[in-house]
Design a protein around this ligand. Structure first.
Ligand code: PRX
Length: 661
């Protein structure tokens, strides 16, 4: 059955799922409009990826694509050499594109800067000279703790230009989280700012760096940091420690914009990015250069149908997350795209901010997270309807499953019923997009990420690693190594093998549940481990539990990710207080513990609710039954409790939750 509405053609499928095929006009101009790409790439993925890699500039060409002789440690293009910053900058300037705008920067207070590729290359070269003078060399690690401003991109590119690796830490993380990441990577330099603008105020960053560097780590050793380079942005008052702290704007004046890029091996570390796992300790996900750049560039061009000469692209992610690394910094710049970078929040000064930016710069490709879309939906369509969004031709979604209702709103209200939505599934570990529609080829289904990218082999499998039939659910796995795959967990090869490869042996275990429908399209169903997804950000239940029990009043804690209308999941904690603490009112304890978690990990981990309880549901062997707590937190009837040591516990907890809801 086919039905035509104002918003395009809706075809209903066997499963009664709506489908939005590409319009003839879109197909006509699409980068990829021939479905043969899929089987051509599948026939020989290594040659497909080699062709993509050769579009980059190599100072020494590679002769072999994949080396999988020591699984699960993959090497791609290993005997080739390239400079990642040169690929993002000098290459475009040399091709005569120096005057093309690389970044339209919009500060939250309304200040703006337009930076061309020529200017960005110049600034990165100066910064590279400055970092060299500060002792940064190939093989080093530099920590970056910054707001969303052009200097953040400049700092990242200057570090990698020298063959060093960055470890960007999201500006919302606490001093303790920052210190743990600095220590793990043994960074000797931190690049930060006095502060940045958020929600109409200056949010300080440098004082958090000071605190981080003051903290003694567990065995009392001082931090590895020798120098702190500070960008002036917020204008807030900060302390500068003589001999350690330097102002970026003062130092940089001594350096010229001449710097010859050196090629580094394709497997040279590019960055470490910490992400939450199932234990309390974040994992330092290591990415290297040649394969990573190949896949982010290819997917950025093909999934968003990028036309670098005419598109204005905007990805709203912060560079503190993988989406910011791959689709604000490396993908767009390596493709020579023009993009918007916005410093602040979508509601400042009001909920029209994003839409006014789209109108102002004529944004044509817009990439954001479902949680943001749902927040905008709540505010209402009357806000975006006040702006001219007709420049938009492709929309993207990332970070969590997009519910069909949010998909339809995004398509209709933001995309004018014309713009295809690419729902992109990937992870910090995959480095680049793995599953997503190709907008000129795929008939879109709201709520499904649908198809593995050309050259990527994904299977949904059962617990034993056997592929499930169409119509069935199972676990998402990647069958073959891909260019931008995680190369290891920094300093912990055993954890790398254990986390991703011990389950199936030769397949990568993603940690996500998924279903394949009758057409072979993939539907993501959320994490199958103790990792939560709050507003598209990954948080570990174990990490928050360990923060809670660090508090002197807490005897025991259990944390679950409960379904939440806006944020996807929300952190809900159940705590038992130590006996002498019973006199504190529950409300006081709840407020104090929320604040405590923010202080230990960062505001993103702040529980939405904290319930003080007298007991937690445990099996007879003493294991906490988080599944039951999740059901209670979601207000659902708690099912079978017969395996509990004390079957009455859940009744008390459910009642407690119900009175709060
Ligand atoms: O559960 C999946 C979810 O986010 C997890 C990865 O989180 P992170 O490493 O922080 O990277 C987020 C941005 C790439 C995945 O294991 N996820 C990400 N994208 C989607 C998604 N779930 C469903 N649909 C998506 N499009």
């Amino acid at each position: 059955m086919t039905e035509t509405t104002d918003h395009g053609t809706i075809e209903s499928h066997s499963l009664e799922v709506e489908s939005y095929p590409p319009s003839a006009a879109f197909k006509e101009q699409a980068n990829l409009a021939d479905p043969a790409i899929y089987w051509q790439a599948a026939e020989d993925p290594e040659s497909y990826w080699s062709d993509q890699a050769r579009k980059l500039r190599w100072s020494k060409p590679f002769t072999e694509a994949l080396d999988w002789s020591n699984p699960p440690f993959a090497k791609w293009f290993a005997d080739g050499e390239l400079n990642v910053a040169e690929n993002c900058l000098d290459r475009h300037v040399a091709a005569g594109l120096g005057d093309r705008v690389a970044i339209h920067f919009e500060g939250e207070p309304g200040d703006t800067r337009t930076i061309t590729y020529g200017e960005l290359a110049h600034e990165v070269k100066r910064a590279a000279n400055m970092l060299t003078a500060l002792g940064v060399e190939a093989g080093d690690r530099v920590a970056i703790y910054m707001p969303m401003i052009p200097e953040t991109v400049i700092a990242m590119l200057a570090v990698v230009r020298l063959g060093a690796a960055h470890s960007v830490v999201f500006g919302g993380f606490s001093s303790e989280s920052l210190r743990a990441r600095i220590d793990d990577a043994k960074a000797e330099l931190v690049i930060t700012a006095d502060g940045g603008f958020r929600k109409g105020r200056v949010s300080a960053l440098k004082p958090t760096v000071d605190d981080a560097l003051r903290l003694d780590d567990a065995d009392g050793t001082p931090s590895t940091v020798q120098k702190v380079l500070v960008v002036q942005r917020g204008g807030n008052e900060i302390e500068m420690q003589p001999g350690r702290d330097l102002w970026w704007h003062e130092e940089i004046t001594a350096y010229e914009g001449d710097h010859t890029p050196q090629g580094f091996p394709a497997e040279n570390p590019l960055f470490i990015l910490y992400t939450s796992g199932t234990t309390g300790k974040p994992k330092g996900i290591l990415h290297t250069s040649g394969g990573y750049l190949t896949q982010v560039t290819t997917t950025h061009r093909d999934v968003f149908d990028l036309k670098p000469e005419s598109d204005v692209y905007w990805c709203t992610a912060d560079v503190g997350w993988i989406t910011g690394h791959s689709y604000v910094v490396y993908g767009p710049l390596a493709n020579g795209a023009t993009q918007v970078i916005y410093e602040g929040t979508p509601e400042t000064p009001d909920w029209g901010r994003w839409w006014s930016i789209i109108q102002k710069y004529g944004v044509s490709i817009f990439y954001t997270a479902p949680t943001a879309i749902r927040a905008c939906m709540k505010v209402g369509r009357q806000v975006p309807e006040q702006y001219d969004l007709s420049s938009i031709r492709v929309l993207g979604s990332v970070g969590e499953p997009i519910n069909p209702e949010a998909w339809r709103w995004y398509h209709e209200v933001i995309g004018g019923g014309r713009a295809p939505i690419v729902d992109t599934w990937w992870q910090t570990e995959t480095g680049a997009i793995m599953i997503a529609p190709l907008p000129g080829l795929t008939a879109l289904k709201p709520g499904s990420a649908q198809v593995p990218q050309p050259g990527i082999s994904i299977d949904v499998v059962d617990d034993d690693g056997n592929r499930v039939d169409r119509g069935q659910g199972g676990l998402l796995s990647v069958a073959r190594p891909w260019p931008s795959m995680v190369r290891g967990i920094w300093g912990d090869p055993e954890r790398f093998v254990e986390t991703y490869w011990s389950k199936f042996g030769d397949r990568y275990f993603a940690g996500d549940g998924a279903r394949v429908d009758e057409d072979g399209d993939i539907w993501l169903l959320g994490r199958v481990d103790d990792v939560m997804n709050v507003s598209g950000h990954r948080l570990s239940t174990a990490e928050i539990e360990s923060a809670l029990v660090e508090h002197h009043a807490v005897a025991e804690a259990a944390v679950v990710g409960a379904d939440d209308e806006t944020t996807g999941q929300a952190v809900v904690a159940f705590v038992i207080l130590k006996s002498q603490q019973q006199l504190v009112s529950e409300a006081e304890a709840e407020a104090e513990l929320k604040k405590h978690v923010s202080g230990v990990i960062g505001a993103i981990a702040r529980p939405k609710q904290v319930f003080v309880v007298t007991e937690l549901p445990k099996t007879r062997s003493g294991k906490i039954m988080r599944r039951l707590l999740k059901e209670a937190a979601e207000g659902r009837d708690v099912g079978d409790t017969t395996t509990l040591a004390d079957t009455a516990v859940m009744q008390t907890i459910s009642q407690r939750v119900r009175t709060e809801r």
